[in-house]
Ligand binder design. Structure first.
Ligand code: ZN
Length: 481
């Protein structure tokens, strides 16, 4: 007999009693996520007439805790419902599903699915068979760039919308504390045959029948997210790079492909070879949907294709391939600051601009933005950057981190940066490492003592004294010599 008060058992009381206070359950934010996805094998059909997504398939979860578990928490898009859940033998599994806002992100409402499974020991895996369907109308109330909806011009299925079942609780913090999962994915996506399905995995085949096409992809590397993009794409292939682009942006696509390969060559020269690199896809998405990178693909906004002078987003995302997974939970995300710095550094290096005008230009814009931000919200200036993850202010990781790496560059030079970023990646790419490991390495490559530097820029907030000044990054660096 299970005495846990589930959301579903509470609901009738709320309706009958007109009770408006929160039911007596353990807040999601206080729960520990004890399972993680190990593999997905999904068949997804996009029905453009009914503007619906229908999915079916298998999800294998692993018990990542040190005790046995009998629940799998899943999240689905707020207008999607699970219609069937069974074990592999077809026996129905008991589950409840109900719309909840995230405990710590009120605007983000999800369908929370609580699945009962047979007891699963630590390290063991179990596969669920699941069927779900529903509508997709974005999450702009929570994330401005998540405009995802079902449209023949562009449709996406991605982690942000939970348009496939995502393992997690309706709590940003609970999910962040569990860290990013790593799973394999096999996908069969069915669309009208006038459209193309883009994905970063290996394309195993396309089957066409009665006006529909089914694209069969398998991930080439384990990843933490699934990205599927559907549009009337054209495709270009260059040296292991596959580019999915909109027909009107063909000229821009050439520039993007060239820019990406050039950036990859430069990073390779600086940081050494990438490991487990099995080709790469750049997938054009409409402007406003956000650019983002994964282990095998980049979603890149059309604005970059249309204004090829602005390849910084591409340089930014490409640099993430040389990142090491940080072991802090939640991550302080200073790797975003590194990416912001590297994206500008490439602009200057490719232009032969030794004064680093692109780097200084961004640093100046960031400083004035931080000044305004800290005036409006002084609390933010008191958070040491190492705590940006736990304080849930990783927007600042991009800005303060960029300034930190910009100043550090002047202290350690290009060779030092190569030994630091490249060495850190080459040693830890497989298992991950901590910020402390990174800082220790920085100290070994630097010709000056960096204690005060990291005290100001990472472990404390001494960096704020530079925000009001007009010092260049090189001048800031000089104060640490
Ligand atoms: Zn980034």
């Amino acid at each position: 007999m299970n005495h846990t008060v589930t959301a579903a058992s509470v609901l009738p009381f709320m309706l009958l009693g007109g009770c408006s206070t929160a039911p007596d359950r353990v807040p999601f934010t206080e729960r520990t996520l004890e399972v993680a996805p190990a593999a997905y094998d999904l068949a997804i059909e996009v029905d453009f007439e009914e503007t619906k997504i229908r999915g079916t398939g298998r999800l294998t979860v692993r018990n990542t805790s040190d005790r046995s578990v009998d629940r799998v928490p899943l999240l689905l898009y707020r207008m999607m419902r699970v219609s069937e859940l069974t074990d592999l033998e077809g026996h129905p599994l008991r589950f409840t599903q109900q719309i909840f806002p995230f405990d710590d992100w009120e605007q983000l409402q999800v369908n929370y699915v609580d699945v009962e499974i047979a007891s699963l020991d630590p390290g063991e895996e179990q596969t669920l068979a699941i069927r779900w369907e529903g509508y997709l109308h974005g999450y702009t109330e929570a994330m401005r760039y998540v405009r995802d909806h079902i449209d023949p011009m562009y449709t996406t299925v991605r982690e942000e919308t939970k348009s496939y079942p995502v393992v997690g609780y309706p709590s940003w913090q609970a999910n962040a504390l569990a860290g990013l999962p790593k799973f394999d994915a096999e996908l069969r996506v069915t669309v009208p045959d006038s459209l193309v399905v883009a994905n970063g995995g290996e394309l195993l085949g396309v089957e066409s029948a009665s006006g529909k096409a089914t694209y069969h992809y398998r991930s080439s590397r384990p990843s933490w997210r699934i990205d599927i993009a559907i549009a009337p794409y054209e495709i270009m292939e260059r040296s292991g790079l596959k580019l999915f682009y909109f027909a009107e942006d063909r000229v821009g696509a050439e520039t993007v492909a060239g820019g990406f390969l050039r950036a990859m060559d430069q990073y390779k020269e600086w940081f050494g070879p990438l490991h487990g690199f099995a080709g790469y896809a750049i997938i054009e998405v409409p402007t406003g949907y956000g650019s983002q990178a994964d282990v095998s693909n980049i979603l890149l906004q059309a604005s970059v294709f249309q204004d090829p002078d602005d390849l910084t987003q591409l340089y930014h995302e490409a640099s993430h391939l040389w990142n090491v997974e940080l072991s802090e939970r939640p991550s302080p995300r200073w790797d975003e600051g590194l990416a912001m710095f590297l994206q500008q550094l490439l602009v200057d290096v490719f232009a032969g601009n030794e004064a680093l005008n692109a780097v200084e230009g961004l640093a100046g814009r960031i400083r004035s933005r931080l000044r305004t931000q800290f005036e409006n919200e002084p609390r933010l200036s008191e958070i040491p950057p190492i705590e940006y993850g736990s304080e849930d202010v990783t927007d600042l990781s991009y800005r303060v981190g960029m300034l930190m790496f910009g100043a550090l560059y002047h202290l350690i030079g290009q060779d030092g940066l190569n030994q630091l970023v490249g060495g850190f990646y080459q040693e830890h790419y497989a298992a991950g490492a901590s910020t402390a490991d990174f800082v220790a390495r920085a100290k070994t490559v630097a010709p000056v003592d960096l204690d005060r530097f990291f005290e100001d820029w990472l472990y404390g907030t001494g960096y704020t004294r530079f925000l009001d000044s007009d010092l260049t990054l090189a001048q800031i660096a000089n104060t640490y010599r």
